[in-house]
Design a protein around this ligand. Structure first.
Ligand code: HEM
Length: 178
C-alpha cells in the first residue's frame, strides 16, 4: 500500500480523535514514531496492523472504522491528487473512468501502486462496478462511494449484489446517482 494511504489514515485518526491517539495507534502496532512517505510502498500487513490498533484503541467496530476511513479518504484523494480529477464535474464519469484513467494515472504517479479493477459500465440509470482485488477492501470502497456523494453533493444509492468475502468472484455493485 502506498504511503499516501497511510498519510490519509494519520489525518483520519488525528481529525476523528487527536494526534496523541494516532501516536498510541503507532505504539500499539509497534511502529512508534514511524513516518510514512507518500510515494513509498509499504506492506499491506503494516496498514492492516494500524487499522487493527485503531480499532482496539477507539473501540470502534472494524467494518464501521474501515468504511468511515473510506468516506474520509475520497475528499483527501481528490484534493491531494487534484490534477487527476479536476476535469470531472460529475461522479458518473469519474466512476466510468476508474480503470481507464483515474487508477492508471495513480499507477503512473506512484510506480508500484496496486489498484483494483472495476470494469465499470453504464446500464440504464446505474453504474455497474465489479470490484476485484486480492485486498478485498469492499468496506473501504463503500466508504469512498459515500465520500464521493458528499463531495459532489449528490445522492448515491449503492446496491451490493455479490461479495468476494462470501466466496464470489467479485463484489458487484449497482450504483445510482441522482
Ligand atoms: C469512488 C471512486 C473510487 C473507488 C471506488 C476507489 C477504490 C479503491 C480501492 C477499493 C482501493 C484499495 C486498493 C485495493 O482494493 O486493491 C483504492 C486504492 C487507491 N486509490 Fe482508488 N478509488 C476511487 C477513486 C480514487 C481517486 C479519485 C483517486 C485519486 C485521484 C484514487 C487513488 C487511489 C490510490 C492512491 C490508491 C492506493 C493504491 C496503493 O496503495 O497501491 N482512487 N481505490
Amino acid at each position: 500500500m502506498k504511503g499516501i494511504v497511510f498519510n490519509i489514515f494519520e489525518d483520519f485518526i488525528s481529525n476523528t480523535f487527536d494526534l496523541s491517539t494516532y501516536n498510541k495507534v503507532l505504539d500499539e502496532s509497534e511502529m512508534s514514531d514511524h513516518v510514512f512517505v507518500g510515494p513509498e510502498s509499504y506492506e499491506d500487513s503494516a496498514f492492516l496492523s494500524l487499522v487493527s490498533s485503531a480499532v482496539k484503541i477507539s473501540g470502534l467496530d472494524m467494518d464501521v472504522a474501515v468504511k468511515a476511513f473510506g468516506k474520509f479518504s475520497f475528499g483527501k484523494l481528490v484534493t491531494k491528487l487534484s490534477y487527476i480529477t479536476d476535469d470531472y464535474d460529475n461522479p458518473t464519469s469519474l466512476l466510468l473512468d476508474l480503470d481507464r484513467i483515474i487508477h492508471v494515472e495513480v499507477r503512473k504517479l506512484y510506480p508500484g501502486a496496486v489498484t483494483p479493477d472495476f470494469s465499470p459500465k453504464l446500464e440504464g440509470d446505474y453504474v455497474i462496478l465489479n470490484y476485484t482485488s486480492k485486498r478485498q477492501l469492499c468496506g473501504f470502497l463503500e466508504g469512498l462511494l459515500e465520500g464521493m456523494g458528499e463531495f459532489y453533493k449528490v445522492k448515491v444509492e449503492v446496491d451490493k449484489c455479490s461479495c468476494m468475502k462470501l466466496g464470489e468472484d467479485s463484489c458487484k455493485y449497482k450504483v445510482k446517482i441522482s
